[in-house]
Structures are given as C-alpha cells and as structure tokens.
Design a protein around this ligand. Structure first.
Ligand code: GLN
Length: 306
C-alpha cells in the first residue's frame, strides 16, 4: 500500500468515529508507525508502506477510533519544549500548564527548593529544573504508577545523576543532560503532604480541579481514558485547593510563593481561598485563550508580636 492511501484510509476511519482532528491524528499515527515526518505525506506520498507498518497502523487507528488519546498511543507529549513520556496512569500535559511554569520560572532563583504537589508525569517540576540552576525539586503524588512515569521523565530529561540517590551514592556515574550539576530531584508517594518533609521556597500545584459531576460531560478521551483521580476536584472542584491551603504553612517558607493552576472559572474562588489562608499579592494570570489559569501569591510573614 502507498503512504498516501494508508493516510486516506486512516483518516476516514477516524472521521467515521467522530474523532476531532481526524486528519492530523491519522497523519501523526502514520508518522509514528513509519518513523517519518510531515514532509513524507507532502513529498513522498508514493512511498511504500510495508505489511508490518500497515498492520500496526490499522491497530493504532482502531484504538484511536475508540477515543484513546493520541498521546497514550504514541507514548509522548511535548511540554515546555521537552518530550515527556506518558501513559494511562498520568494526565497528559496541557499547553495551558505552561503558563504556570513560565510564571514560576520568572520567580525562581538559583538554589531554591521547589515542591510540586500532584506531580503526575512530573512535567511541571522537571521543566522547572531543566530551565534553572542548582535547584532542588520534590514531586509528590498519591499514585505510585504516576511516579514511575515521573521518574522515567526525570532520568530522561535531567539525567540519572539528578535523580534521588545523591546521599547514598554521590559518585554514581550517570549522564547529566539537563539543568546543572547541582540540580536534584526526588519523588514521594503519599496523600498530599503525607510524606513531604521540610520547607520549600516555592510550591507549585496543578491539582485535580474538575467538578465531579462535570467529568461525565467531558470529551470521551478525557472522561474514559485519563485518570479520574487526576481530574476530580470534588463537588465544587475546589477540594484540593482547600486541603493544600490548610497544610501549606507547614511546608512553604514565609515569603515563599505558591502557584496554582485553576479551572477557567475558578480564579476568583481560588484567590479568595488564598487570601483567607494568609497569602499576599494574590494575582490571577490568564491563559492565551483569555481564561483564568493560574493563581499565585506570597505567604505572609506573621505579624510581629506586640
Ligand atoms: N502536574 C501534572 C500536570 O500538570 C498532573 C496534574 C494532575 O494530575 N492533576 O500535568
């Protein structure tokens, strides 16, 4: 079969199943299977697709037609210019979340300690460390399966030497490909702060924030395939913000910054919660679609004793 014919067949299958972006996904899956790029369709449409490639392509388009997200089929998603591995155990990194990372990077200084609560694939923390020097990062998540993915990403994008084992084996040779030699990252599994120790200069979190009853109205890719645990923010979508804010004084230095990603309509509610919890300079930052996306603030120093 010729390349162009395989593509035409693939996109017909996806369109038939009402996959949004059927053409793009059909092309990307074909490129994934054949190890080709966009030019191949444009310039080499007559290229032969082997029987094996054809079979694999058929299998993947069939899965995509069942609304399994493209990224779970190719196993990767770009975020902050880096390629993260993903599987069904983690939320697929979203472009909107780059707003959180960009704002955090503007406020990050060399040598800071950063905590990423609900780290998932690790995309937030790993990109922070990749684009800074000598920072120490801890990622917390309740899911051990998600942390496996996060560790794999840390190793791939920061190098084995940055990951966990510095005390036990400081001389461990390993490739170091990102961040700087003083960059360290580790992960803890637990319910929010359960296993977190010490205080941090900055805390970041993209917690689950979808209202429980809204989840079943989302596109099938999200509601049927992404981990519900990473989406469900309780009845009003705010339960993780409340729980994090309740415990944050034990883990964030006074004067330290907290940054939350929020849902498009949660900026005001989360700002209020942060102000009530003692944060100053609370701000809402919008995404490129003009929607509320990030709320951040500075933890107030206690009032001096009279
Ligand atoms: N921190 C991860 C992300 O932003 C996972 C977030 C989550 O599981 N709610 O993609």
């Amino acid at each position: 079969m010729r390349y162009r014919d395989a593509y035409d067949r693939g996109r017909a299958v996806l369109a038939q199943a009402s996959v949004t972006e059927a053409d793009t996904d059909a092309r990307l899956l074909l490129e994934y299977v054949c190890g080709t790029d966009r030019n191949t369709l444009l310039a080499h449409g007559d290229r032969e697709v082997t029987k094996e490639e054809e079979g694999r392509y058929r299998e993947l388009t069939e899965k995509r037609s069942r609304h399994i997200p493209l990224q779970y089929l190719t196993g990767v998603q770009d975020f902050m210019g880096l390629e993260f591995s993903v599987n069904e155990q983690v939320l697929i990194p979203r472009q909107d979340t780059e707003i959180l990372v960009e704002e955090a990077l503007r406020n990050l200084h060399d040598g800071m300690r950063v905590l990423d609560m609900c780290t998932g694939s690790g995309c937030i923390l790993i990109s922070m460390l990749r684009y800074s020097n000598d920072c120490e990062g801890v990622g917390a998540d309740i899911s051990g399966e998600a942390l496996k993915v996060a560790r794999e990403n840390a190793e791939k994008l920061l190098g084995a030497r940055a990951l966990t084992v510095r005390q036990e084996d400081p001389g461990e040779p390993g490739e170091f490909s990102g961040g700087s030699a003083g960059t360290h990252i580790s992960f803890v599994q637990g319910d929010l702060f359960e296993k977190v120790e010490g205080k941090y200069d900055m805390v970041l979190s993209n917690p689950p924030y979808i209202r429980s009853r809204v989840i079943d109205t989302l596109m099938p890719e999200v509601q049927d395939h992404e981990p519900r645990q990473a989406l469900d923010g309780g009845e009003d979508g705010l339960s993780f913000y409340r729980r994090i804010l309740e415990e944050i004084p034990g883990y964030l230095e006074k004067g330290g910054m907290l940054l939350f990603e929020t849902g498009y309509d949660q900026g005001e509610a989360v700002s209020r919660l942060m102000e009530e919890a003692g944060f100053l300079e609370v701000r809402v930052i919008k995404d490129y679609g003009g929607m509320d996306r990030v709320v951040c603030g500075i933890l107030r120093f206690d009032d001096p004793v009279q």
